[in-house]
Design a protein around this ligand. Structure first.
Ligand SMILES: Cc1cc2nc3c(=O)[nH]c(=O)nc-3n(C[C@H](O)[C@H](O)[C@H](O)COP(=O)(O)OP(=O)(O)OC[C@H]3O[C@@H](n4cnc5c(N)ncnc54)[C@H](O)[C@@H]3O)c2cc1C
Length: 431
């Protein structure tokens, strides 16, 4: 295979990987594009952060780059027949600091979208809960949520129809030639997959895979080091009865935004699905530091095939109870909890993605780090990954998403992991 006949191997079939495959095969219908993932794309349960019942699809960013990107993605969610069936335009309701609301409004105006946001002082609300449930006040946007797992399955299936290959296998290490260029991957069962372009989109597992690859290749420059941190967050779902469903079925997505001083990430809740299940998430975002190789300790999801994602310990379930009380008050105490899941994602200190060539190996590219907000960009992520592969990314995005860049520390980032999982599980720990 020569560089005139490029082939693409994408490790990880979450939103970053699948969107990349989708954009590549549309642009190059005859290209060899392969997705490799530890889970089948239509498996009952997957470890991907992108695989879930529902995710918020919003465009209220105070950062203009992501605001624009989110609007671009949302337009596709609302209009393209591939995405539209999975999008529910319920509106989004925020309680947040005024400056955040104002920045969002300014961004939307500057981007030509000044039609869909209202901001009101909290003092004008009768009560937060009443306002949230009746949608009478505050920041309401033409946003909503997407049936995430369904959308991921549908777009992957479309990729396969267009000629993308899908290999279900656990990748053990990247493969390199004698000059250190990346040539493919080796799976745990010993299979070798080769391509001229290897794109790692492995979400929370990315730092571990790079550690393993650094060890097998003898190239320590491959390691993620401080660039990427794998972390988990707990989600909970309750099964509403008929009466409860009637009350909540028309609610918007809700967000409570905190500042770094308050020491809490944004918490949120999503309207019930058609199966009457209502989801929200906790306020602990935690690392899991463990030995991934002799003497190498990094944060990595638990070393089981399913990351132990369904084995949620009591203190993390308590985090879900506390978030539920914040949203829905004492009346929610007898809700029937149906699911608890720990969802693992890859974080950067700035919450910027990494969409970049890897500086330590030719032919190797990184496209991941959703940092707890990546799903909503699903329709457009691949467009930017392809631009990166072809050296056509706008200078501002090259800088934002670079593998090597100056990164501020995480002190101003409320979404950055704030605890170590084992400490949260100790009996005396406070949630
Ligand atoms: C609880 C939670 C709620 C969220 N809510 C929202 C939201 O409301 N809105 C929003 O926009 N974003 C949200 N996000 C963020 C969003 O889900 C993620 O940022 C995004 O899905 C990450 O996509 P990804 O493709 O990088 O990783 P993933 O979706 O995690 O995909 C990585 C894939 O790589 C595969 N993989 C890993 N290692 C290997 C290996 N060695 N071999 C083979 N395959 C491998 C995995 O199986 C997986 O399928 C949320 C995240 C979490 C955790």
């Amino acid at each position: 295979m020569t560089s005139h006949n490029p082939s693409y191997l994408i490790v990880g079939a979450g939103v970053f990987g699948v969107s990349t495959a989708y954009h590549l095969i549309q642009k190059y219908p005859n290209a060899s594009v392969t997705l490799v993932d530890r889970d089948a794309y239509d498996a009952e349960s997957r470890v991907a952060a992108s695989w879930d019942w529902n995710k918020v699809v919003r465009a209220d960013y105070d950062d203009k780059v992501y605001c624009q990107l989110a609007l671009e993605a949302q337009d596709i969610f609302k209009s393209d027949p591939l995405w539209k069936p999975h999008f529910h335009q319920t509106g989004v309701y925020w309680t947040c600091r005024s400056s955040y609301a104002q920045n969002v409004i300014t961004n939307h105006k500057e981007l030509g979208r000044n039609d869909d946001i209202i901001a009101l002082p909290v003092a004008e609300l009768e009560s937060f809960t009443a306002a949230f449930l009746t949608m009478r006040t505050t920041l309401v946007l033409k946003s909503g949520w997407a049936a995430a797992g369904d959308a991921l399955r549908a777009v992957t299936k479309k990729c396969l129809e267009l000629g993308v290959k899908y290999v279900t296998a656990d990748v053990a290490t990247l493969q390199f030639d004698g000059r250190g260029s990346c040539t493919g991957v080796k799976t745990k069962s010993g299979q070798t997959l080769s391509a001229t372009h290897v794109i790692v989109a492995a979400g929370a597992f990315t730092p571990t895979l790079l550690e393993w690859s650094a060890a097998t290749s003898g190239n320590p420059g491959l390691r993620a080091e401080e660039r990427i941190l794998a972390a988990g967050i707990t989600t909970g779902m309750a099964q509403l009865n008929e009466e409860q469903y009637e009350k909540f079925k028309d609610m918007p997505v809700g967000f409570q935004g905190y500042t770094p001083n308050e020491g809490k990430p944004f918490i949120g809740s999503i309207p019930p699905t058609k199966d009457r299940e209502l989801k929200w998430w906790g306020s602990k975002i935690f690392t899991n530091t463990r030995e991934v190789l002799p003497g190498r300790y990094i944060s990595s999801p638990p070393p089981t095939h399913d990351y132990n994602q369904w084995k949620v310990p009591g203190p993390l379930k308590q985090d879900i109870v506390e978030a539920r009380n914040l949203w829905y008050g004492p009346a929610s105490a007898d809700w029937q909890m149906t699911k608890h899941r720990i969802c693992w994602d890859a974080f950067t200190t700035t919450s910027d993605f990494i969409i970049s060539p890897h500086s330590a190996s030719k032919g190797l590219y990184i496209a991941t780090c959703g940092s707890f907000h990546g799903f909503k960009f699903f329709p457009v992520l691949g467009k930017y990954v392809v631009q990166m592969l072809e050296g056509e990314l706008a200078p501002e995005l090259i800088e934002r998403w670079a593998w090597d860049r100056q990164r501020p520390d995480s002190s101003q980032n409320v979404e950055y992991p704030n605890a170590e999982m084992k400490h949260l599980l100790q009996p005396a720990s406070k949630l």
